[in-house]
Structures are given as structure tokens and as C-alpha cells.
Design a protein around this ligand. Structure first.
Ligand code: SF4
Length: 294
């Protein structure tokens, strides 16, 4: 099975991402977010381990790239806590920086700033997930990820280093983090250029974890999801009109701050003002560049 694969090979009707490739340096993730979706389909998800033969396989596959966007990562975080000592994602970036590709990082960790030297060498963008500006709330919903205050600081440092940054407010859970006014204006003030927003999609295991942490809120949300909501694949979404209203409110805040905006897996592409995943921020790959690994 190849390491680098096509993102969303099933072409979900909810996804509006431009074509791109993806790979995960690690299997599993140790941030242990309560709302995590990947934990429902990867066993022992928090027991993180590097992919087998990772660097040799990556070198072989990356040598064939010809300007594609490659996204790290979509089923895990490329900067779990052990990355600080392992440096595996950094070594992967060293390989990719020699090749003809564009790099999109998706992470909740400020550790990404360690690699700004490599990300400056290639067309790249960083999408930092910041679900809330409230460190106390984040400590509950994303217990082992760096606090949002550090991620906002990372956004500022990356933009200062010339690396374009978008922020994912994902997922938005009604009554928990659905009022992002202050967060969005703070993000705009540190140089963030795009917001991607997405509502919480209920799966049995993430619903159980959230109910344990926020029993009253989840009891309140139960009819919205399970009586009026929309079932898509193995997930239950909020009713479409509710999602539209909520996400339009976030879009208006982003537009007021001159930021691009897109929704993720909502079937509401009409709300997008730019490529939903913020990839429009990346410079084009240098056409003449040859992969030095080839
Ligand atoms: S960072 Fe992403 S993959 Fe990791 S636990 Fe949180 S939601 Fe899951």
C-alpha cells in the first residue's frame, strides 16, 4: 500500500477540497481530543507509532512528485508530543523540501514553528486548528494538545517567517465554542489569512466522551442531532439549516476581518469565499524544479 495517497479517494459529496495528496508520518495521535473522528476507525488510536519503513518509502514515492499539493496529515497530527524527541515529521519535510511539491501542514501543535526553515524553502502553508481561544475549555476538549494561546503565538511566528497561515475552527460544537468573534479578530491581528470552519459530527465514541465531560450541553444537543439531524455515512450532523446559519455567522465574522473563508465537509459550498482548505494561500510549485532525489 502506498504511503502517499490521494486525499478523499471516495470523493465525498460533502468535500470541496481541491485535489491533493496526503500522508501521515505517524499512525495514531496522542492529543486525545474528545471529539476526534479518527479514533472511531483506527484501533488503539492514542498508541502512537511511526509508519514502517517510513523514510525509505517516502524518498521513493516523493521522487515522482510533479508539483502536487501534499497534505500532512488528515488522519492524525504530524506533531504529536513524541515528535519533539523523534523528529520524524522533520525528516519527512527534509525529504519533501528536495522535491517538486507544495506542502500543507494541518496541526494543533506550536512545534510546527521548529520547522519554519524547511517550510520556507518550498511553497507551503500551515493550517493550525484552533477550536477555541479559551485555554481552560481547550484543556478539557483537547487535553494533550498545546493550549490555544501557544497556537495563536505560533500563527504569528509563522506569518512573520513568511509562511501563510490559515486556522481551522473545527469542530464547532453548539453552546461550547460557537461564538468565535474574539478568536477571529485576534487571528486576523496576528496575520492569519483564512478561516476554515466545520460543525461537530457525532459518532458513537466521540459522543460518549463529550457526554461524559459536558452532560448538560450534550443532553441539550441530543434532539438536534438525533431527531432533527442529518445522517451521513457513519456520522450524524446538525440539521442543514442550523449548520448554514451557524457557519454563515462565522463566515460573516471572517469577511468583516478581510479573511478568506471555507467550510469543511458540510455540503454548503455556497458559503466558501475561497478554496475551503486555505490552499489558495500557497504559492505555485516551481515548475522548473526537479526533485533532487530522482
Ligand atoms: S489532533 Fe486530530 S487526530 Fe489527534 S486526537 Fe485530536 S482530532 Fe484526533
Amino acid at each position: 500500500m502506498p504511503l502517499i495517497s490521494r486525499f478523499d479517494p471516495w470523493r465525498s459529496s460533502l468535500c470541496t477540497c481541491p485535489p491533493k495528496l496526503t500522508f501521515n508520518p505517524y499512525t495514531g495521535c496522542d492529543h486525545q481530543c474528545l471529539y476526534c473522528y479518527a479514533s472511531s476507525y483506527i484501533q488503539n488510536f492514542q498508541d502512537i507509532h511511526p509508519k514502517k519503513e517510513l523514510l525509505a518509502t517516502l524518498k521513493r514515492e516523493a521522487a515522482k512528485l510533479s508539483g502536487e499539493t501534499i497534505s500532512l496529515s488528515n488522519s492524525s497530527d504530524p506533531y504529536p508530543r513524541i515528535e519533539a524527541s523523534e523528529g520524524l515529521t522533520r525528516r519527512c519535510l527534509e525529504v519533501l523540501a528536495e522535491c517538486n511539491c507544495r506542502i500543507q501542514i494541518i496541526t494543533k501543535s506550536n512545534l510546527v514553528t521548529r520547522d519554519d526553515d524547511l517550510l520556507s524553502k518550498v511553497p507551503a502553508t500551515v493550517a493550525l486548528t484552533i477550536t477555541t481561544g479559551d485555554d481552560n475549555l481547550a484543556r478539557i476538549i483537547e487535553p494533550y494538545a498545546p493550549p490555544p494561546s501557544q497556537r495563536i503565538r505560533a500563527a504569528q511566528d509563522l506569518t512573520k517567517a513568511g509562511i501563510p497561515v490559515s486556522v481551522r475552527i473545527d469542530p464547532i460544537i453548539p453552546a461550547l465554542n460557537d461564538q468565535p468573534q474574539k478568536l477571529i479578530s485576534e487571528l486576523a491581528s496576528v496575520g492569519v489569512k483564512h478561516i476554515t470552519a466545520s460543525t461537530y459530527k457525532a459518532k458513537p465514541d466521540n459522543w460518549t466522551r463529550l457526554t461524559h465531560a459536558f452532560p448538560k450541553v450534550m443532553e441539550q444537543l441530543k434532539p438536534l442531532y438525533f431527531q432533527q439531524g442529518e445522517r451521513v455515512g457513519g456520522s450524524v450532523l446538525l440539521p442543514k439549516d442550523y449548520r448554514f446559519k451557524l457557519l454563515k455567522g462565522v463566515r460573516d465574522l471572517a469577511v468583516d476581518c478581510d479573511l478568506g473563508f471555507g467550510v469543511c465537509r458540510e455540503g454548503l459550498a455556497e458559503l466558501n469565499t475561497a478554496a475551503c482548505d486555505g490552499s489558495w494561500l500557497m504559492p505555485k510549485a516551481k515548475e522548473a524544479k526537479q526533485c533532487r532525489l530522482a
